[in-house]
Design a protein around this ligand. Structure first.
Ligand SMILES: O=P(O)(O)OC[C@H]1O[C@](O)(COP(=O)(O)O)[C@@H](O)[C@@H]1O
Ligand SMILES: [Mg+2]
Ligand SMILES: [Mg+2]
Length: 322
């Protein structure tokens, strides 16, 4: 099986970007090891602190954030990073070529129940005309990403990544400490009979989404004429990995549960990287208003509606908004 670096060179990925990706993965390998230790090293549970999202941070949120931040900034290729766990972007080197946005630990509510969690990352080129501590550098649409990926800490540690030449799967060979290419050009089936949403929020959704999901639940007794199954891992990294593997539609719809926060998932380090991976695998990644990767960001912690997955099913969902 091919190692990561030669696989990326095959896609003509610039050497400095390969080195930056390897830095991110070095931190991820360490996170994978620590996550695997679970109770053994007192890594579970929460801290006393809240992050900029107003969420109580898990110990693993903080540990993985610090490890990624340190290794990425030390790489020397990065002008700044932005993270779910950092209020403001953190400056790197002024002449750094890249910007990295990351969700150090996705699926935080799963850390204490030994369930699926992951790390999500997105890389843009850094503008030369702004200072390294200026958040405005990150106001670039998802379409401008040069790389996106996630590492899934599951029974095996897997990497899904794209640099714009298709989406590929890698597995961490823990005996060698290397990510090995296991599947090139993953393709998401255009149709599906599987949907993924937190149903407990149903009464707060907009009418089109309520109607769409009700028709799925009606199955072969309803207008869709076929039965649909439901899955919800409560970790976007796990739910999107399933969609990349076998198709499906994943959505976190706009809701009225908390008027100050109509959307849950973050554009820069959740929606955009997943959108790049899905589109490169033949899927779609939308809000009810348009393509996620066309959104011009206005803040590094901006939240957006997410409707993504199998092309025909996403289009079907969007038809309810017409
Ligand atoms: O708790 P809910 O409503 O099921 O939301 C689950 C969603 O929240 C998240 O856990 C948010 O991400 P973080 O864990 O990184 O904060 C997503 O991974 C997941 O899709
Ligand atoms: Mg997350
Ligand atoms: Mg997180």
């Amino acid at each position: 099986m091919q190692r990561l670096a030669p696989a990326l060179r095959q896609d003509n990925v610039p050497l400095d970007l390969i080195s930056l990706i390897q830095a991110i993965l070095t931190a991820s390998k360490d996170i994978s090891f620590r996550v695997g230790q679970g109770h053994l090293n007192d890594l579970l549970g929460s801290t006393e602190d809240e992050n900029v999202q107003g969420e109580v941070q898990k110990k693993l949120d903080v540990i993985s954030n610090d490890m990624l931040k340190e290794i990425i900034l030390e790489s020397g290729f990065v002008k700044a990073i932005s993270s779910e766990e950092e209020d403001h972007c953190v400056a790197g080197v002024e002449d750094g070529k890249y910007l990295v946005s990351f969700d150090p630990l996705d699926g935080s509510s799963n850390t204490d129940i030994n369930s699926l969690i992951g790390t999500i990352f997105s890389i843009h080129e850094a503008p030369k005309d702004l200072a390294a501590n200026d958040n405005d550098m990150f106001k670039q649409a998802g379409d401008k990403q040069v790389c996106a990926g996630y590492v899934l800490y599951g029974p095996s540690t897997m990497l899904a990544m794209t640099t714009g030449n298709g989406t590929h799967f890698y597995v961490l060979d823990k005996t060698q400490g290397e990510f090995l290419l296991v599947e090139r050009n993953v393709q998401v089936p255009a149709d599906t009979a599987e949907f993924s949403v937190n149903m407990s929020n149903q009464r707060f959704w907009q009418t089109p989404m309520q109607n769409y999901i009700n028709d799925l639940l009606a199955g072969n007794t309803g207008p869709r004429g076929k039965n649909f199954n439901m899955r919800w891992i409560a970790a976007m990294v796990g739910d999107i990995h399933r969609v990349l593997c076998r198709g499906g539609i994943f959505t976190y719809p706009t809701d009225s549960k908390d008027a100050s926060k109509p959307n849950k998932l973050r554009l820069m380090y959740e929606a955009n990287p997943m959108a790049f991976l899905l589109e490169q695998a033949g899927g779609l990644a939308m809000t009810s208003q348009g393509r996620i990767m066309d959104i011009q960001p206005d803040s590094i912690h901006q939240r957006v509606e997410v409707i993504m997955g199998s092309k025909n099913e996403v289009e079907k969902c969007l038809s309810y908004y017409k």
